[in-house]
Structures are given as structure tokens and as C-alpha cells.
Ligand binder design. Structure first.
Ligand SMILES: Nc1ncnc2c1ncn2[C@@H]1O[C@H](COP(=O)(O)OP(=O)(O)OP(=O)(O)O)[C@@H](O)[C@H]1O
Ligand SMILES: [Mg+2]
Length: 1050
């Protein structure tokens, strides 16, 4: 029969808002009319239209009937599951009856509704089950005795380019099942189970078991199912016997594909990462994109297009579905929410390309005898090739001996299958089934109905609630999978050998973590002691194993579906400090801004991955810590108001003390590689890598520590800036104090004092010169933490080239001695406006030296650094205490440095106050000679400039000795208090120093622990006092400053 050419049919479907989107107050950006789908850009309001074969509106307008099925409300255009089946599934069935291959695949970002359309949830069955059900209805209605109808079912998963048979309970063979190529029929999975089925009920059972196998694999391997592809294949054969007794076989392969989430499909997301070749996890999806683009180009008439089917497992298996012998449908699943605009637009574009693909489907019908004859001929040919030394060419495909051997075996199996009667095959399948599955499922079915249990919560709602661990009366130990006797064995990350116990007494349940290292969170909060748990409490065990506790039957009243993965993640994120920075949409003040909502979503997505990365790092002994970081554009913006925020990851190697800041996409890329490494370690493979391939390693880089804003308004008055500014990091924490001077000067660089101008406008057309000096930077936390580090300042003076100070290492009191003259030859209005309304952003950057060569070499040599591991052994308590002592001494040293600094700052503060007073007096003098109105306005502007500078710099000053005589009484009193406090600190420090040396001598003695604790208490007390007195100084000084200004409250 000739091939019929037809294009891939494309349908898009938009789902309702999910809970997270509702909480965030999301807007719907999708609208549909007939076959057209329109998307609106939430920022600009621009729209884009796309036409498809079908546009399904499933966003709203439905009601739930008593059986739990969503149906359209009267008059609404809601497309329900039935509607999808009749448009798409029925066509697949009709094709199958005619003997055409068919394929249906669902594409879209995670959570967009792919599985809902394909598989469905509860009563709302998707296309796959309905199609199977309808197929069997039609088979049962067949009265033609000469026609034997056979259905085979297979179900596989592709994860990280490895194929796993989901109908097999046992762990997949190492490296997954092999994909081989038959020169005639194309690619196939060797040894994949094709189970003959006689009813829809059997298919349902197979799918249930496939889902359980998928869930177990996903949780055990720390592999998220949304990164895997699931392919269900239904092979439908019609064997027809004619009058002469010869049989004809008409067959159809129906491939039903639930693809992995499309986000992060493109590895170019990790632009800038030296390891962007990355892991194989996205290979199938990105190749699918390339295949679709190539086929679309081909269909548009482009010549010499190479279609890269061979680049991934998925595209090999779907070769016939894409541009080959198949009738193919693609469902593009869409999220309606504004926060997903970019991803949804990219799905729409993808679908637009797919609809151009042309397929050539042919009816697969041949006499059965001929099929057997062909297989025999093929075998003979393969044998001949095999005999020729070293394998050879079969129809232009390079095959090695092993491949040929496999093909021979495969053909042999097919021949046996064909010659075996259908009834025999069904009987064989039934026996296999009963051996492998049924028994244990029945037992559990009964138990969870009357006993409490914990059930898994998975990122993929399809896999949530699939596993139930029953809690029998008494104590149930949950721990790492292994030879031990744990009643519940988990293989997830961060699971201790004996992690946690749950005790049930017939009425209530109590949970006790087994050790301080065993991470257990209940409803988002870390639990360290025996605690009662209630029905529907959410448990996080280790770094990512999530469960819902289901209590005794009498407690089970509420609807458990509220607690999905999203809910648990949001709950965990809300109990994490960083969420405060970005405002949580679940708080009382919903965040309406789209950007902030996107940020929160990204944060929620990132947090569990960070926890996993930390656990992988720990398992693989890589000493690397990952923390979320919210990069705030305002830290770099001259107005300090830019709203942009970005979730990033701070990476610290605790051994080398090196720090890197990764973008989220780089982190995700690295995380995939870390997972790959972790899987290798699970398989007992070596995890030793050279540096250039190590996802935990990067060359050292400069790290942004923080910035301060220096108002430039003073410059427009030719008034100097000479102040100490606190450098704050992205999270508002103090990183250092930097002394900055902007001093008006003449063309030759000579500093000019007392030449303040009254009206900045007078500067127009004139030249302006000033000297920028950065003498030093103090209390640099970055260097205090590790003395091998250094810092430098970077800034860009408006309309000038960017500049940086020299880099200074090892000392937290940094002498930059930076000096540079800036000249504006003729001040324009533009420059003047800029100076009046903007700040100079001074950024402090951390420098690091590449001195970890030695450490890394030893890590490569040994897999881990054994020397280091030994010193970290918890049993080695003396070493432990010595380490702590050393770290306390370092802290003491830092404290001493800080104290010295406080003294210096104090003197500077006094000086600065005096200068401010002087300056105000000078202004008063000048304005006396100006007209009254001008005097007032000018004074107000000057005041606001001074005030603005002061708010940025609580500690003002210049180098000089004290002249307390000129200070007012209040300030003198504040200083007296301050010195009194500082004296106390001094005494405390002395005490502590003495104590530290005696403790050192006591190391090894019996009272070691208690003396050390005493040591610690003292340090804490001193720290408190120091903080207290510093705060009090700041308050007193601020109040004195305020009151010393004319025109403010006295
Ligand atoms: N048309 C729809 N009507 C009602 N609910 C829907 C619809 N589509 C999706 N949902 C709901 O949205 C959630 C996510 O859908 P689904 O699991 O199908 O996403 P997915 O695209 O398969 O995601 P993943 O890539 O993680 O597998 C589910 O809770 C599902 O019930
Ligand atoms: Mg899914």
C-alpha cells in the first residue's frame, strides 16, 4: 500500500492555575479562539498568536460531577478528557485498525499538564487509558472468527540516556537496556518486555506496577521523574486467515510518550560554564528539539538537512514517529500563569515548528508466512556477515559482531513468538505476572486501611502517594537501605544508617531522630527530639525524602491532596532565612509584582536542589557547601533602587576556603553532573575525576562582597566627601568599612578647601576637578574569615572609565592608598543632573589565590583526602577541641582587631562631627550675604546632601588627634560612656587571653571539656558587650549629629 504523506497534528492545551499560582495572585496570559492560541506578555501587554490543529481551553469553566470527573459547565468552552480522546485518541485507534503506526507525545514544562492529558489523574483518565479501554471494547465486539486480535503492552523510561524497563521490578542492568538497530525495522530496545494482554484491566495493572517501579527508581536514585521520559508502546496485531488457510498480519505500533519537563532542555542555559557540554540528562530532549527543527526545515524545502536521530536514545526510538512511518500527534501542555511566560512562549514556538513535519505512514500488512520467511532470510544474511571476519556492512549500517549476534537472537525470538499460538503466549504472560507481582500488593492493600503509614510525596504528582510504608504497632526504624534490619529502608540522600524511629501505640505516633546528624523536618521545622506527629504532618527525612504521615483511620477526615510537593517545598522555603529577603507569596502580604513572584518560584525550586547538592557533596566527601544567594541589582545601581533580583548559589569549599558565586543555570548544570557522579558511586564505580571534569571545582574567581553608595550631590556643590561607608552585602550584612574621599581640587590636583558654591547651576560650562581617594578599608570580614584572601575596590565615576584599587591581601585593615583625579572639562546639564540624583557605587570584591593545587592533587590521588578526613573524625575529641581552640583564638584575634578599629573610628567620628559643624557655620556665613530666598533654598539643599551622606556613613572622620574641648556636652557624655564600655571590653579581652593560654595547657587533662566551655562563655559575653557598646555609640553619635544641625529638633 502506498505511503500517505501527512503532517504532524499539533494540539495545545492550557490547564487551570495550580495552588502556587493561585497563592501568588497569577494572571492568565493565554486566550483561545477556535484553533488559535494567543499569549500576552505580562510586562508589555504585547500579544502573539499561533494557529494549531486544536487549541484546548481547560483553564476554567468546569464542574466536578459526583464521580469526580471534570465536565464543562453549560455554555463554557472547557475541553475535558473525553473531548481530547474523541479528537485525538479516536484517530489513533482508527489508524491502528487500518494498520498504521501512530504516535502521540506530550511536550511542555514541568507541571504544565502533560501527564494529565496522557495518563490522567483519578477519575479523569487521560488519552492512554481511554484509548486502551476503547481498543478492548472494540476487540470484544469483534465477531469475525477468522480475525485474531492481539495486544502487547510495553512501558519504558529514559533517564540520563539510559533505558529502563518499567515492567521489570528488578534494578535495571548496569548502563540500562541497549538500544539496537535493525536495518529493516529501525531502532528497538533489546530485551524489553512486551507483555501480551487480553483486557483493559490487565493494562491498568501493568501501568500501576510500572508507576511503582518508576517511583522507587526515582526516589532511590535521587533522580527526578520530571527529568525522565516515559514511553508506552501498544502493539496491535490483527491476524487474518483466508480461505486457503494462509494468514495475513496487519500490525500497528502505538507509541505514547510522556516527555520530561521542557525547561532546562537546552544546555546553552549554562552559558559561561566551562562544563557546558554537561551531563547527558538533557540530551534526549535537546536532540528532540534539533530533530524537530531539522524536519521542519526539510519540510520547508531546505536541502541537505541532516536529521540527528542518532544523537539520543529518545530520538532513535521515535525515529518512525518523526518524519517516518507513523501518524503523529503532539500535545503541547501550557501553564496559564504570567510567571511562566517565557517557558510557555517557547513551548508555543516549539509546537509551531512541529506542525510543519511531514510523515509518510504506510499500512503494515504482510502474510505471516512471508514475515517468517523474511526473518529467516535476514538471519542467513547475518550469519554470513558474522562469518566474515570482524563483522561488516549490513544495508549500510556498521554493526559489530556483538550487534549481529544480538540481532540473530532477537530474530530467533520473534520467529518462536510467531509460531507459538496466541493462547500459549497469553498463558505464559499470566504465569510470569503472578510470579512477579500480585502477592505482596494484596497484603499491603489490606494493611494501610487500618494502620497508620507514611506515603511518598514526589515532585511529579503522578508518582505521589504511590509508595506506602505501613507503621505497625511499636517502633519502626527508618534508615539507609542495606543489610541492616531497618523496617523502612530508604536510599535517598542524607539518610543515616538508622535515621529516625516512629513509635505507634494504637492511638498516637511519636517520631525521634536517632542522632543529631539525622535531619528530620516536620511541617518545615527541624525536629531534634521525640515529638508527636499528627495525621497529615509533612515529613522531610534526610535531604530530600518527603512523606506525608497518615494517621489511624479515625483521624483521616481531611482531604490529603492539599499537601503536594509544591506545598511542602513552599513550607520548607518559608522556614528558611532567605525567603524573608524575597517575601513569600503565602505570607499575609501577597507579592503582586511578577518579577518577585518569579523569584520566589525560582527560590522554591532551587532550595531542594541545593539541599541535594549538599548531601551529594557530603556523600562524595567533596567538602563543598552550597547556599542560596539573592543577588540584588540595587547593590550595583547608582540610585540604589533597581528592583531586579536573581537567585544565585554561593559555593564554598570548606577545605580550601575558596568561594564561587554561580548563576542558577550554572548550578543546575553542575547539579546534573554531580548527580551523574553520585549515580556512579551508587553503582560502585570510581568517582575520581580530573580537575577539568570535576563539577565541584572551578578556577578561583573574584567574588562580589558588597557595595556602598556615595551620594554625588556634594560634588555638585564643590563640597568634599570625606567619610567612612559601611559596605553591605546582598543580604544587608556588613562586610567592611571603607574610607572614601572626594575632594574638590584644581586642574593640577591641588586640593581646594572652602570653595562651596551656592547654586550647582553655576557650574554649567565650567570645568570640575576632584580627587578620589580611598585610603583604606577596615574590618574586612572576608579576610578575617581566611587570611589568605584579599580585596579590591571597583567603581565607575559617572561618564568616566571604570577604575579599581590595587588588590591587597592578608590583612583585614587594608591600605589601598588609592588616589585618582577626575576632570569634567565642561559641566553639562546631563552631568549635573546625574551628580545631583545619583550615587557612586563602590564595590568591594574578594580576591583569592590559587593555592589549593596541593590539596586537589591529593584528592585526585586518593578519591578523598585521607589526612583531612582523619582530623575531622568525630571520635578524635582532643584534635577536635584543639581545632576549636584554634578557631576561638582566631576569633579573639579578630575581636582585638575590631576593638582597635573601634578606637580609631571613635576619634574619626569626633573629627568628622567637628568638620560638619564648621561646614555648617561656613554656609551660614556665606548665605548671610545672599538674598533671603536663595539663602533658604541653598541651605536646605546643602543640608539634605550632608544628611544623605551621613545616613550612608554612621562613622565619619579624618585622621587627627582629639580636641574634645570643642564638642558639645552631650557628645562628650556619649564618648565617656563609650570609653567606659570599651574599657570593660579591654578587661574582658585580657581575661580571655589569660584563660586561653591556661586552657591550652590543660588540653589532655580531665577537666578539658568544662574549661573549654567556660572559655566559650566568656568569649560570648565579651562579644555581647562589644556589640552593645558599639550600638550605644552609634545611637548616641547619631542623636548628637541630628541635634548639632541647625534647623533640626533640639
Ligand atoms: N487540564 C487539567 N485540568 C485540571 N488539572 C490539571 C490539568 N492539567 C494539569 N492539571 C494538574 O496540574 C498538575 C500538574 O500536571 P501534570 O502532572 O500533568 O504535569 P506534567 O506536565 O506531567 O509535569 P511533569 O513534567 O512534572 O511530569 C497536576 O496536579 C494535575 O492534576
Ligand atoms: Mg508528568
Amino acid at each position: 500500500m502506498p505511503a500517505t504523506s501527512d503532517s504532524v497534528k499539533v494540539a495545545v492545551r492550557v490547564r487551570p492555575f495550580n495552588q502556587r499560582e493561585k497563592n501568588a495572585g497569577s494572571q492568565c496570559i493565554i486566550s483561545m479562539r477556535d484553533k488559535t492560541t494567543v499569549i500576552k506578555n505580562p510586562e508589555t501587554g504585547d500579544t502573539k498568536s499561533f494557529a494549531y490543529d486544536h487549541s484546548y481551553w481547560s483553564h476554567d469553566g468546569c464542574t466536578e460531577n459526583p464521580s469526580g470527573i471534570y465536565e464543562p459547565e453549560s455554555g463554557s468552552s472547557y475541553a475535558d478528557q473525553k473531548c481530547l480522546f474523541s479528537d485525538l485518541g479516536q484517530g489513533v485507534l482508527d489508524n491502528a485498525w487500518q494498520g498504521y503506526n501512530a504516535a502521540l507525545f506530550a511536550y511542555g514544562q514541568t507541571g504544565s499538564g502533560k501527564s494529565y492529558s496522557m495518563i490522567g489523574y483519578g477519575a479523569n483518565k487521560g488519552i492512554v487509558p481511554i484509548t486502551c479501554e476503547e481498543l478492548f471494547k472494540a476487540i470484544e465486539a469483534n465477531t469475525d472468527k477468522k480475525k485474531q486480535l492481539r495486544v502487547f503492552f510495553s512501558m519504558l523510561e529514559i533517564y540520563n540516556e539510559q533505558v529502563r524497563d518499567l515492567l521489570v521490578k528488578e534494578k535495571a542492568p548496569h548502563g540500562g537496556l541497549k538500544v539496537r538497530q535493525n536495518p529493516k525495522t529501525g531502532f528497538y530496545v533489546e530485551g524489553l518486555k512486551q507483555v501480551p494482554v487480553r483486557s483493559y484491566r490487565e493494562i491498568e495493572k501493568l501501568m500501576e506496577n510500572g508507576t511503582i517501579n518508576r517511583t522507587t527508581a526515582s526516589t532511590n536514585m535521587n533522580a527526578t521523574s520530571s527529568r525522565s521520559h516515559m514511553v508506552i508502546t501498544i502493539r496491535f496485531e490483527q491476524v487474518m486467515v483466508n480461505e486457503t488457510g494462509q494468514s495475513n498480519t496487519r500490525s500497528s505500533d502505538i507509541n505514547l510518550v510522556d516527555l520530561a519537563g521542557s525547561e532546562r532542555a537546552d544546555s546553552t542555559g549554562a552559558t559561561g560554564d566551562r562544563l557546558k557540554e554537561g551531563s547527558a540528562i538533557n540530551q534526549s530532549l535537546s536532540t528532540l528539539g534539533n530533530v524537530i527543527s531539522a524536519l521542519a526545515d526539510q519540510a520547508m524545502g531546505k536541502k541537505k538537512v541532516l536529521v540527528p536521530y542518532r544523537d539520543s536514545v529518545l530520538t532513535k526510538l521515535l525515529q518512525s514517529a518523526l518524519g517516518g512511518n507513523s501518524r503523529t500527534i503532539m500535545i503541547a501542555a501550557l501553564s496559564p500563569a504570567d510567571i511562566n511566560y517565557d517557558e510557555t512562549l517557547s513551548t508555543l514556538r516549539y509546537a509551531d515548528r512541529a506542525k510543519k513535519i511531514q510523515n509518510n505512514a504506510t499500512v503494515n500488512e504482510s502474510p505471516t508466512d512471508r514475515l517468517i520467511r523474511e526473518l529467516k532470510e535476514e538471519n542467513a544474511r547475518l550469519m554470513a556477515v558474522l562469518k566474515k571476519q570482524g563483522g561488516g556492512d549490513t544495508s549500510g549500517i556498521d554493526l559489530n559482531d556483538n550487534d549481529i549476534q544480538q540481532m540473530l537472537e532477537d530474530n530467533q525470538r520473534k520467529m518462536v513468538d510467531m509460531q507459538m499460538s496466541w493462547e500459549q503466549r497469553l498463558e505464559q504472560a499470566r504465569q510470569n505476572w503472578e510470579r512477579s507481582h500480585v502477592t505482596d500488593a494484596r497484603e499491603e492493600d489490606a494493611e494501610w486501611k487500618h494502620l497508620p503509614y507514611i506515603t511518598n510525596v514526589n515532585e511529579d504528582p503522578q508518582l505521589s502517594g504511590v509508595i506506602k510504608h505501613i507503621l505497625k504497632k511499636g517502633c519502626t526504624v527508618i534508615g539507609r537501605q542495606g543489610p541492616g534490619d531497618n523496617a523502612i529502608q530508604l536510599r535517598g540522600l542524607g539518610i543515616q544508617p538508622k535515621h529516625v524511629e516512629i513509635e505507634t501505640d494504637g492511638t498516637a505516633a511519636f517520631l525521634t531522630p536517632n542522632s543529631p546528624a539525622a535531619v528530620v523536618c516536620v511541617n518545615g521545622i527541624r525536629v531534634r527530639e521525640r515529638s508527636r506527629i499528627q495525621h497529615q504532618d509533612r515529613l522531610k527525612i534526610g535531604s530530600g525524602s518527603l512523606f506525608l504521615y497518615i494517621g489511624y483511620p479515625r483521624e483521616r477526615k481531611d482531604d490529603v491532596t492539599t499537601y503536594d510537593y509544591d506545598y511542602l517545598m513552599t513550607e520548607l522555603a518559608e522556614h528558611d532565612g532567605v525567603s524573608v529577603d524575597i517575601a513569600t507569596p503565602r505570607s499575609d502580604h501577597p507579592v503582586h509584582d511578577v518579577a518577585n513572584r518569579i523569584l520566589f518560584q525560582e527560590f522554591v525550586n532551587l532550595m531542594p536542589k541545593i539541599a541535594e547538592a549538599n548531601a551529594v557533596s557530603e556523600e562524595l566527601k567533596r567538602f563543598t557547601k552550597f547556599e542560596p544567594l539573592v543577588r540584588s541589582e540595587s547593590s550595583h545601581d547608582p540610585k540604589g533602587t533597581a528592583p531586579g533580583k536573581e537567585v544565585m548559589v554561593k559555593v564554598t569549599n570548606n577545605k580550601t576556603k575558596k568561594v564561587w558565586i554561580w548563576s542558577a543555570s550554572k548550578f543546575y548544570n553542575r547539579k546534573d553532573l554531580m548527580d551523574e557522579l553520585y549515580h556512579k558511586s551508587l553503582d560502585g564505580e570510581s568517582t575520581i575525576l580530573t580537575r577539568d571534569k570535576d563539577p565541584f571545582w572551578d578556577p578561583v574567581e573574584d567574588v562580589f562582597l558588597g557595595s556602598c553608595h556615595i551620594m554625588l550631590q556634594s560634588i555638585s556643590y564643590c563640597a568634599e566627601v570625606d567619610e567612612h561607608f559601611t559596605v553591605h552585602n546582598y543580604h544587608g550584612k556588613e562586610e567592611a568599612v571603607v574610607h572614601v574621599q572626594l575632594l574638590p581640587c584644581n586642574e593640577k590636583g591641588k586640593i581646594i578647601e572652602d570653595d562651596i558654591i551656592l547654586e550647582p547651576i553655576d557650574l554649567l560650562g565650567k570645568s570640575l576637578n576632584f580627587m578620589c581617594q580611598i585610603p583604606q578599608c577596615m574590618s574586612v570580614r572576608w579576610i578575617n574569615e581566611d587570611a589568605s584572601r584579599g580585596v579590591e575596590c571597583r567603581f565607575t565615576m559617572p561618564f568616566q572609565k571604570s577604575a579599581r584599587t590595587k588588590s591587597v591581601y592578608h590583612k583585614s585593615f587594608v591600605e589601598f592608598d588609592f588616589k585618582q583625579q577626575y576632570t569634567y572639562k565642561a559641566i553639562t546639564q546631563k552631568i549635573l543632573d546625574y551628580l545631583q540624583t545619583n550615587s557612586l557605587v563602590l564595590e568591594l570584591w574578594g580576591k583569592q589565590v590559587n593555592e589549593d593545587q596541593q590539596l586537589h592533587v591529593s584528592a585526585i590521588n586518593n578519591g578523598v583526602d585521607h589526612k583531612e578526613t582523619q582530623t575531622l573524625k568525630p571520635s578524635d575529641s582532643t584534635n577536635d577541641v584543639l581545632d576549636q581552640l584554634k578557631s576561638r583564638e582566631n576569633e579573639l584575634e579578630t575581636l582585638r582587631g575590631d576593638y582597635e578599629q573601634v578606637r580609631k573610628d571613635n576619634f574619626r567620628l569626633k573629627q568628622s562631627l567637628m568638620k560638619t559643624e564648621d561646614r555648617l557655620k561656613r554656609i551660614d556665613m556665606k548665605t548671610k550675604t545672599a538674598p533671603p530666598q536663595q539663602k533658604k533654598a541653598s541651605r536646605e539643599r546643602m543640608m539634605s546632601a550632608v544628611k544623605a551622606s551621613a545616613t550612608h556613613a554612621p562613622l565619619n572622620g579624618v585622621e587627627s588627634d582629639s580636641q574634645t574641648g570643642t564638642l558639645d556636652l552631650e557628645f562628650a557624655m556619649a564618648l565617656r560612656d563609650f570609653f567606659r564600655d570599651v574599657r570593660e571590653v579591654q578587661n574582658g579581652m585580657k581575661d580571655m587571653k589569660d584563660y586561653a593560654s591556661t586552657t591550652k595547657q590543660n588540653v589532655g587533662a580531665n577537666g578539658l571539656k568544662s574549661s573549654f566551655e567556660e572559655h566559650e562563655r566568656k568569649i560570648v559575653k565579651i562579644d555581647d558587650t562589644l556589640n552593645k557598646c558599639l550600638n550605644s555609640l552609634k545611637k548616641s553619635a547619631a542623636s548628637a549629629l541630628r541635634k548639632s544641625r541647625p534647623g533640626t529638633e533640639k
